[in-house]
Design a protein around this ligand. Structure first.
Ligand code: HEC
Length: 125
């Protein structure tokens, strides 16, 4: 019985951290409105100013098919689109990849980026 209070303590200690990181895809969908002028997400979607993002999660940067306007900076970045790299990209694209052609100011709020990434995971697979 002595371990029960300890287990509770661990539970409460862990809660805030995981709640902060978990993205809400519904909220992310609303945030994605900022991206639609330049991106489509569905399989076979058209390239706009930026590439169609179908299959981008886990892929190497600069490799979406049918997009011919990538910057050399992104193609040579060596980035693989993990949660961590997407988070840095959406915070400030030009800070992660100086010379990128993605003209986007970035999302300052950590939770907004987590929500948007959760949505992208659903909508690009
Ligand atoms: C003004 C147009 C524009 C807007 C707005 C924009 N992007 Fe982009 N995006 C681009 C361009 C152009 C590239 C290619 C950048 C390069 O080659 O340097 C790109 C690249 C990307 C990539 C990397 C694709 C790959 O194949 O490696 C991701 C992921 C991405 N954008 C997500 C987003 C998300 C999510 C938003 C909304 C928050 C957004 N973009 C807003 C134009 C835009």
């Amino acid at each position: 019985m002595r371990s029960a209070p300890f287990a509770l303590l661990v539970l409460f200690a862990a809660l805030p951290a995981s709640a902060q990181q978990a993205g809400d895809a519904d909220k992310g969908k609303r945030l994605y409105v900022q991206c639609t002028a330049c991106h489509t997400l569905e399989a076979g979607g058209k390239a706009r100013v930026g590439p169609n993002l179908h299959g981008v999660i886990g892929a190497a940067a600069g490799t979406r098919p049918d997009f011919t306007n990538y910057s050399d900076a992104l193609k040579k970045s060596g980035i693989e689109w993990t949660d961590d790299r997407l988070d840095a990209w959406l915070k400030k694209p030009a800070a992660l990849v100086p010379g990128t052609k993605m003209v986007f100011v970035g999302l300052a709020r950590d939770q907004d980026r987590a929500d948007l990434i959760a949505y992208l995971k659903d909508a690009t697979k």
